[in-house]
Design a protein around this ligand. Sequence first.
Ligand SMILES: [Zn+2]
Length: 304
Amino acid sequence: MLKSSKTIGWKFFFLLAILLVAIVSFMRTPKPCQEPITYRLGKIDERFNLSREEFRTGIKMATAMWGKPFSRDLFREEADGAIEINLLYDYRQEATDSLKKLNYKIDRSKSSYEELKSRLENLKSEFEQKKAGLTNDFNSYNAKVHAINAETESWNRRGGAPQNVHQRLTKEKEELAPLNDNLRLRQEEMKILVDTINSLVVVINEIASNNNLDLVDHKNIGNTLGREFCEGIYEYKNGKRSITIYQYDNEYRLVRVLAHEFGHALGLDHSKSDEAVMYPIIQSDSLTLAADDIAALKNRCKIQ
Ligand SMILES: [Zn+2]
């Protein structure tokens, strides 16, 4: 009897555990139309110069966009919320920032795209020119070094150079030092030029992908960046949900990108209407949903 009651007790706890797991996972399953989806703030890279509070405000504005037409909150911040929201600094933001430091004026318009493209062409030809000149000077520098070394060696084999030859060779060697410095300096300048060109390619292609314009080719500069450019992404991986924002130009745009990713979190796909928040390319900085967004969510939630 004792043994059997022990077994029942063990079974009871086992069932209770299963039940608890089921309840918890049921509670964690998002039901966007019935109760708010919870989120939490994740990592915010400090290079964005955006405080946690400012990021939180942006998120609230984005979630309010979805809640407003339905007169209720569709999202709620919680310490252990289901969706982690991160602001991740990557090469795209780095490229934008490095160009801004060089006083490039960058916005998302087509005219900005054209201007940056013509500057890219200029820089590319400047690069080719400088590269040709540098290669030339490197070759003649190397030839000089080689000649001096060869002469020194040949005198060494004969037991050392006479005084006057030794003096001349020493002087020639000394004269090489500033040449070497000059070449190193120009090489550094070339590196900066290549960095600027690469940054330009990144920024131009990002504007291009957001405006359906032609991407510029970046094979020549040995750039290994992919063709995929996006400002943010919503992911559901290994049972974990997250929103990651890669770029931040201004508050409106941040809110708009967040709103788009929250739309995906609500289970919405891309819209064909270019006014819509769920349009794959962000066309405006408007902070209200388009009719198409509202219709999509009503359809998803089976609201008439
Ligand atoms: Zn999307």
